[in-house]
Design a protein around this ligand. Structure first.
Ligand code: SAH
Ligand code: SF4
Length: 365
């Protein structure tokens, strides 16, 4: 019999330890989650930082088998926000004192797109007097493009590896030039080299995914020493190839529980990083994001996308109605966080403590 209490006191964890954490259920899972919460509160405190999410465009050149806005899905009305609409979202983030925004979109690599994102970064920096932090999540790009956007003022980038099992990667993506596991790893390395606070992550509960894969994912985050991680449950979308597996994957609640075990395990493995409570958590349980915060997450991304576009950013089903949190009243984000003894870090960029430490360390060399 493994002594869970003793295991939870350890300072470093093997793949086998992590696999055991991932398999925990009920009261034992609760012990893991409680330990992760204790570590989070001690290492980075009870503040939750916000990134106002701007879903800039659902135009995408890729065909990921899980995603509702994949190129081959003809039942999506394609849109891109105008620059003015993006700037309005950024102004809204400032009014709400969010501190940071995140621009997310389908992947494009054409000149127009690259230049437009660059212009937007500069305009947002200017209009906010450099006060808004900018996170990008615009897919894989050439290193020069990442460099250009970085020098214009973006300082964080999210690019999930989706799974670190190469074989599984090619079960959830076509195997071609546009969807290369090696290129994706290279892109994450490029982002780190350039100096972005780099975030990656995976989907949890994919068909054919084992706990061993997930444990390897956690060890990959540690090896890469990333500053942020965003992980969430896989949600089958009926207009995608992976939908046919919906009956062989874990149930909704099991995928959310596995996500919570992943978040908690990672908080033990990397105590100071930023970790997102994903909107996908909330699509499974109304309080899914609170559960993720209590398992060790410290970032929430409230949706700022203009309402008329939201149903078209359908990377997974029923997403449009999510991520909206009333600003006032009993159900407001403040109240929701207060009810779990957390508070919002208004007006701060909310940089990863892991990143700061790493840089301070470098500066001392
Ligand atoms: N195009 C960019 C950013 C937009 S997609 C990119 O792919 O990096 C952002 C994330 O949504 C992806 O990384 C993926 O992990 C997640 N996602 C897509 N489809 C999903 C689904 N069906 N269920 C859960 N997450 C999904
Ligand atoms: Fe495009 Fe990203 Fe969806 Fe893949 S996950 S199809 S790159 S938007």
């Amino acid at each position: 019999m493994v002594d869970l209490n003793a295991l939870l006191q350890k300072k470093s964890f093997s793949k086998e330890d992590l696999m055991l954490f991932l398999s925990l259920k009920d009261d034992e899972a609760k012990k893991l989650l409680n330990k992760a919460l204790e570590v989070k509160l001690r290492e980075i405190g009870n503040k939750v930082y916000l990134r106002g999410l701007i879903e800039y465009s659902n135009v995408c050149r890729k065909n990921c088998y899980y995603c509702g806005v994949r190129l081959s899905n003809n039942n999506v009305c394609r849109y891109s926000l105008s620059n003015e609409e993006v700037l309005d979202c950024a102004k809204r983030a400032m009014q709400l004192n969010y501190g940071s925004i995140a621009i997310q979109c389908g992947e494009r690599q054409d000149r127009n797109f690259i230049e437009n994102i660059n212009t937007l970064i500069k305009q947002i920096k200017k209009l906010s007097n450099n006060s808004l932090g900018i996170t990008l999540s615009c897919g894989e790009q050439e290193k020069e493009v990442y460099e250009k956007w970085f020098s214009s003022g973006a300082h964080r980038y999210l690019l999930r590896i989706e799974t670190t099992n190469e074989e599984l990667f090619y079960k959830i993506h076509p195997k071609d030039e546009k969807h290369s596991f090696q290129k994706r790893i290279r892109a994450i390395e490029d982002l780190i080299e350039i100096g972005y606070q780099t975030g990656t992550g995976v989907m949890i509960g994919l068909p054919f995914q084992e706990d061993e894969d997930l444990a390897n994912d956690l060890l990959f985050f540690k090896k890469m020493n990333v500053a942020m991680v965003g992980m969430g449950p896989f949600i089958p979308h009926n207009e995608t190839p992976l939908y046919k597996y919906k009956d062989i994957i874990l149930s909704d609640r099991q995928r959310l529980n596995k996500t919570l075990n992943m978040i908690a395990s990672l908080r033990l493995l990397m105590p100071k990083i930023n970790m997102v409570a994903a909107t996908a958590d909330q699509s499974i349980s109304e309080k899914g994001r609170e559960e993720a915060v209590l398992a060790g997450a410290n970032i929430i991304m409230p949706n700022l996308t203009p309402r008329k576009y939201r149903e078209n950013y359908s990377i997974y089903p029923n997403k449009a109605s999510l991520g909206d949190i009333p600003i006032e009243g009993e159900n407001s984000l403040d109240k929701r966080m207060l009810s779990i003894n957390h508070s919002i870090g208004y007006g701060f960029w909310g940089d990863s403590k892991a990143y700061t430490t790493q840089n301070e360390y470098k500066a001392r060399q």
